[in-house]
Design a protein around this ligand. Structure first.
Ligand SMILES: [Zn+2]
Length: 203
């Protein structure tokens, strides 16, 4: 057994927490609702940032409970392409799981606004990533990291990219919100009704 390694200490801590958690036995679904429990009750998906401060605040701040929504979290809730991992997740959410409404939720004080292609490349070099590998992604790195300067503009950009995406049906409502990472207060940046070209879904 390896002793003293941070990773192992953290894993041991997690496993100890898990043992206590599972012992309570209150969190499992019954056999009857296993299929239904995979479908988001509120027929909605949330696309937000991986920021640590949003954990345990974003859902209660939006009135979302377990089973209500599909939640996709990436760094800076930024869309990289027409068929990127986020769009793929949204496609499954819509076509397989019944999602009808998407909420892009950016947050104030997002760290991505300060990350640049140069800062990431320098850190990769310091961690031993080869120049060849860095060169291979440098163009994409610049487009992605340097383009992100304002979390509010990024929300508008993500909403525009989702609503114009050819794989996302036009009757899906897409809203853009900003959340404060400490208070949980939401600001509406854009609603689906702001765009008259969007179709309507019967309630
Ligand atoms: Zn963020």
């Amino acid at each position: 057994m390896m002793q003293g390694g941070t990773e192992m200490d953290r894993l041991e801590e997690i496993l100890a927490a898990n043992k206590a958690f599972v012992a309570h036995g209150k969190h499992d679904y019954t056999e009857e609702d296993i299929a239904a429990s995979k479908l988001p009750k509120k027929k909605m998906a949330i696309f937000t940032c991986m920021d640590t401060r949003l954990t345990e605040i974003l859902e209660p701040a939006m009135g979302i409970q377990r089973g209500d929504a599909k939640i996709i979290r990436t760094v800076g809730n930024y869309l990289t392409g027409e068929f990127d991992a986020v769009i793929r997740s949204l496609m499954v959410a819509i076509y397989e799981l019944g999602v009808e409404e998407i909420f892009v939720v950016g947050h104030y004080e997002c760290g991505m606004a300060k990350t640049t292609a140069d800062s990431l490349a320098a850190a990769m070099r310091a961690h031993g990533v080869s120049e060849c590998a860095i060169a291979k992604i440098h163009g994409e790195l610049e487009v992605w990291a340097n383009a992100f300067r304002d979390p509010v503009e990024n929300v508008k950009d993500a909403v525009a990219k989702i609503t114009s995406n050819p794989y996302i049906p036009k009757n899906i409502k897409v809203h853009g919100l900003m959340i404060h990472p400490r208070t949980g207060k939401l600001d509406v940046i854009q609603t689906a009704s702001d765009d008259s070209t969007l179709g309507k879904i019967a309630d």
